[in-house]
Design a binder for this molecule. Structure first.
Ligand SMILES: [Zn+2]
Ligand SMILES: [Zn+2]
Length: 391
């Protein structure tokens, strides 16, 4: 693997080699052994012995437990504080995170906060996608690239007050061993196929779980669209969302990292969001943070403006100055109409809850609301037509 941190002026190959950070052998061994055993052992066992449906279902449940502990727990709860969770839920996440072998929640979240703060900066973002697929997917864990901050958790002092996080951090290795050997053994004993379970629920589940999560740092920063902003490499991609339990709407996530959702449309695949919402219905999660509809709509419009302007510059038409001005004016008008609409919408929603307002006032408000809504819809239509010309 090429170490791109080495300055190019060091042309001497042996010197360059010498400057590569040390290999983290434990990680290399864990990744390569689990991968090799899965690649060879699972097909052989499937051919000679076969896996029962029960075992396959158990492996899928175990995989989901790992993935959701990372996405709903490590990521949206601990890294971003997008909601609050009951102690029982946090214990589940802590155990599932250790089962997923992705370091402690404290370490993971600290890394992830650095990722958001310095996204794409090769010397600071721990898994900068600008250093290529391999590095952002797995390479960053194979050498001591940022060893100077491995035990620096200053950016996660809030998490050091969470006793479940501290407990998991302290007993991380014990939890990793207990879950990764204990759970497959237990499942194997229950279903009467210990070796099959060790291979499927133990090895293959771990390898798949690792790589699905790793796709968030690699694929979700490389493949997809950027509807909210293009200030960083994060992308929205429904296929990556399928692989990552909803984390593939990563452009939205980097734009609004404190939102408990990654997918905002009901039909988009975000089981992590569905889990968090279900937990809140059960009283096990609260204070679910959501960015306002207005901010989302304005971010999309601002990004469309950027794209249209860039396209216009590229086309270098004779009347491009005029076209730029027209686009800017249409955009300004739409932002104004959005502000008017969302402000009346707030009043209108408040009025629906209010007992104090007279019916006449309510119906006036209703009329105004519908009027501004129609205004905005019309403006959006003309904006979309204009933007399409330069799409
Ligand atoms: Zn990211
Ligand atoms: Zn994040």
């Amino acid at each position: 693997m090429k170490d791109r941190t080495t300055p190019l002026r060091h042309s001497n190959a042996s010197e360059e080699q010498h400057k590569k950070p040390n290999i983290i052998w434990l990680n290399v061994l864990v990744f390569s052994i689990t991968f090799t055993v899965s690649l060879i052992g699972v097909p052989l066992y499937a051919y000679f012995e076969g896996f029962s449906i029960g075992l396959i279902v158990a492996a899928i449940i175990a995989l989901s437990f790992c993935e959701l502990s990372i996405t709903a727990g490590y990521h949206r709860l601990w890294s971003h504080k997008a909601y609050e969770a009951n102690v029982v839920v946090r214990v589940f996440y802590a155990i599932g995170g250790a089962f997923a072998v992705q370091n402690s929640a404290l370490h993971w979240s600290s890394d992830h906060r650095v990722h958001h703060r310095f996204v794409d900066q090769n010397d600071k973002d721990p898994y900068s996608a600008n250093r290529g697929f391999w590095y952002s997917h797995i390479g960053w864990m194979l050498r001591e690239y940022q060893a100077y901050r491995y035990t620096d958790y200053k950016n996660a002092s809030d998490l050091q007050r969470d006793r479940i996080v501290l407990w998991q951090h302290k007993h991380y290795l014990t939890l990793v061993l207990a879950t990764n050997f204990g759970i497959p053994l237990l499942v194997g004993l229950i279903l009467g196929d210990v070796w099959g379970s060790l291979l499927l629920v133990g090895f293959l589940r771990l390898v798949v779980s690792h790589h699905l999560t790793f796709c968030i740092n690699s694929l979700a920063h490389m493949w997809g669209k950027q509807p909210y902003n293009d200030k960083n490499t994060a992308k929205d991609n429904p296929l990556v969302a399928l692989l990552t339990f909803g984390e593939g709407y990563h452009n939205f996530h980097h734009a609004f990292q404190f939102d408990y959702r990654n997918a905002i449309k009901w039909w988009q695949f975000d089981p992590t969001k569905w889990l968090i919402k279900s937990l809140s219905w059960l009283g096990l999660a609260k204070n679910l943070k959501r960015i306002s509809e207005e901010k989302i709509a304005k971010a999309i419009a601002a990004q469309q403006l950027v794209k249209a302007k860039n396209k216009l510059m590229l086309l270098s038409l004779p009347n491009s100055d005029e076209a730029l001005l027209t686009i800017q004016n249409e955009y300004d008008l739409m932002i104004q109409k959005m502000s008017e609409f969302y402000s009346i919408k707030k009043e209108w929603l408040d009025s629906k809850r209010s007992e104090l307002l007279e019916n006449v006032e309510k119906s006036n408000l209703n009329k105004k609301y519908n009027e501004l809504k129609q205004n905005l819809v019309n403006q959006q239509k003309s904006w979309q037509l204009m933007v399409l010309q330069y799409a």
